[in-house]
Design a protein around this ligand. Structure first.
Ligand SMILES: Cc1ncc(CO)c(N)n1
Ligand SMILES: Cc1ncsc1CCO
Length: 215
C-alpha cells in the first residue's frame, strides 16, 4: 500500500475535527469575525516565512533533481504567498506581530524535523500543510452557502487547481521517498505526519481564541 494512503487513514479523525472546528465553519459561512481572521493571517505570515525556509532546506537534501526542483518551487511559491499576505498588512495596518505559542510550536517542529531528523521525516512533517489545506479548501468550496464570502480570496487560494497540482506532487514525492525507506523510517514518517496534522488543528484553534502568551 502507498505510504500516503495509510498516512491519510491515520489522520482521518483529526481531519474531521478540523472540519468541525468553528474557525472553519465560520470561514465557510463568511461569518468569521474579522479580528479572528486577521489574527490568523498575521500568524500565518509568520508561519509561511518559516515553512518556506524549511521547504528550501528539504530541497537541499533531496538527491533526485525532479524532487529538488519541486521543493524549490514550493518554497518559491510560499514566499509569494507570504509576501502577498505581508503586502495586505502593509496597506492595511502596520503591525508588528510575534509568533503565538501555537505558531511557534508548529514552526519549531518543522525546523526540528529538518535539522535533526531524516529528509524523509522532514518531508512527511510538511505534507499536512499541503494536503489538509487542499482538503479544507475543497470542502469549503463544495459546501459554501453564500455568494459574497469576504474570505473568498483565501478559499480560492487553497481550493484552486494550481494548489491541487502542488499537493499531488508533494504527496507523490513522499510516496517515492517512502518506497525506498525501511519499515522503521516509514513509521517515523507517519508519526511526523500525524504530529503536524494535530498542529494544523491547534493552529486554527489558536487563531479562533486569539491565543497570546499567558506570561
Ligand atoms: C498553518 C498553515 N498550514 C498550511 C498552510 C498552507 O500552506 C498555511 N498557509 N498555514
Ligand atoms: C504549500 C503551500 N502553501 C502556500 S504556497 C505553497 C506551495 C505551493 O506550491
Amino acid at each position: 500500500m502507498k505510504w500516503s494512503v495509510e498516512a491519510w487513514r491515520r489522520i482521518e479523525g483529526i481531519y474531521t475535527q478540523i472540519l468541525e472546528h468553528p474557525f472553519i465553519n465560520d470561514l465557510m459561512s463568511g461569518e468569521l469575525e474579522r479580528e479572528k481572521f486577521n489574527f490568523y493571517l498575521q500568524q500565518d505570515s509568520l508561519y509561511l516565512a518559516e515553512f518556506g525556509k524549511v521547504l528550501a532546506g528539504i530541497a537541499g537534501k533531496l538527491e533526485d533533481s525532479e524532487h529538488r526542483k519541486a521543493f524549490l518551487d514550493f518554497a518559491s511559491d510560499t514566499v509569494s504567498v507570504e509576501q502577498a499576505v505581508h503586502q495586505f498588512y502593509l496597506s492595511d495596518q502596520k503591525k508588528k506581530t510575534t509568533a503565538s505559542p501555537s505558531c511557534l510550536l508548529y514552526t519549531s517542529f518543522i525546523h526540528k524535523q529538518l535539522a535533526a531528523a531524516s529528509v524523509l521525516e522532514a518531508a512527511a512533517a510538511v505534507l499536512p500543510c499541503f494536503w489538509i489545506y487542499k482538503k479544507v479548501g475543497d470542502y469549503i468550496l463544495a459546501n459554501q452557502s453564500k455568494e459574497d464570502n469576504p474570505y473568498q480570496n483565501w478559499i480560492d487560494t487553497y481550493g484552486g487547481e494550481e494548489f491541487a497540482q502542488a499537493v499531488e506532487k508533494a504527496i507523490s514525492i513522499c510516496d517515492k521517498l517512502a518506497v525506498q525507506a525501511s519499515i522503521e523510517k516509514r513509521k517515523k514518517m507517519w508519526d511526523a505526519f500525524v504530529k503536524a496534522s494535530k498542529m494544523e488543528w491547534i493552529f486554527w484553534d489558536s487563531a479562533y481564541k486569539k491565543e497570546g502568551w499567558p506570561v
